[in-house]
Design a protein around this ligand. Structure first.
Ligand code: ADP
Ligand code: ADP
Length: 228
């Protein structure tokens, strides 16, 4: 059984002043198995973010359903970890507090929280930065923090929306290697949105190709992983 199942999902946005609604997504069917690394590739405006936001529970489909391990998604949940392009760390919290935020919400005791946070800071290469604030970090380091924050909660699936789109080329390569390493070692399931074909093909075990007007899946292409 699929870990994530998207079934006949559509999304239309009503027109602002009458007229035709925007059909952002035609019926979408997508299956993600445990330990897949899938990239969703397509041009700007093809509905990648809309699809990911629906899977994240941040937007509702006009029709259709999303299930995770058979449970219907009705809103955000700790079974999904999310990383966005623009840094969405809490600026008033330290790196460690950001990473531990979800654990605190879940009521995980402080000693255990500190242990998990330290482990994840180490895994993303930020040991020693626990007490820094987001504004003191480079873009790459902020995204390392965002990845650690998403994974510290032990989600079933990690969702990333153009997470490295605002980084310079060298930092982007480092971050791609970091994410691949985490995916391999920790046996995570990853769904990664990008409009960059090189990134999509480099990272994934399967590329889902979308086209625009209306947004739909045109092909699903298995690819070789970079580290066989
Ligand atoms: P992508 O992530 O592939 O660039 P999006 O999912 O952001 O594409 O957008 C898909 C389509 O839906 C676009 O035509 C966009 O203008 C439209 N759209 C997205 N969000 C909204 C919204 N909140 N209201 C109206 N139209 C939207
Ligand atoms: P990242 O390394 O997160 O991809 P940058 O390459 O922009 O981000 O790093 C900016 C600066 O921060 C670099 O000069 C580097 O020396 C420092 N830096 C980044 N990550 C670490 C780290 N894990 N430990 C120590 N210094 C770091």
């Amino acid at each position: 059984m699929s870990l994530l199942a998207v079934r006949d999902v559509t999304r239309s946005f009503p027109a602002a002043h009458g007229g035709e609604p925007t059909r952002a997504l035609e019926p979408i069917r997508l299956d993600v198995a445990r330990n897949d690394f899938i990239t969703i590739l397509g041009p700007s405006g093809c509905g990648k973010s809309t699809l990911l936001r629906i899977i994240a529970g941040l937007d509702k489909p006009t029709a259709g359903s999303v299930t995770i391990e058979g449970r219907t998604v009705t809103g955000p949940g700790s079974d999904r970890g999310m990383v966005f392009q623009s840094y969405t760390l809490f600026p008033w919290l330290t790196v460690a507090e950001n990473v531990g935020f979800g654990l605190r919400e879940k009521g995980v005791p402080q000693a255990r929280r500190e242990q998990v946070v330290a482990e994840w800071l180490d895994k993303v290469g930020l040991a020693g930065f626990a007490r820094h604030y987001p504004r003191q970090l480079s873009g790459g380091m902020q995204q390392r923090t965002a990845i650690a924050r998403a994974l510290a909660n032990e989600p079933e699936i990690l969702l990333l929306d153009e997470p490295f789109g605002a980084l310079d080329n060298q930092t982007r390569s480092l971050m791609q290697e970091l994410l691949l390493g985490i995916w391999e070692r920790e046996r995570k399931t990853v769904l990664f949105v990008t409009h960059d074909i090189e990134e999509a093909v480099f990272l994934a075990s399967r590329v889902v190709v979308m086209s625009a007007r209306p947004g739909r899946i045109k092909a699903e292409v298995p690819v070789d992983l970079p580290h066989p």
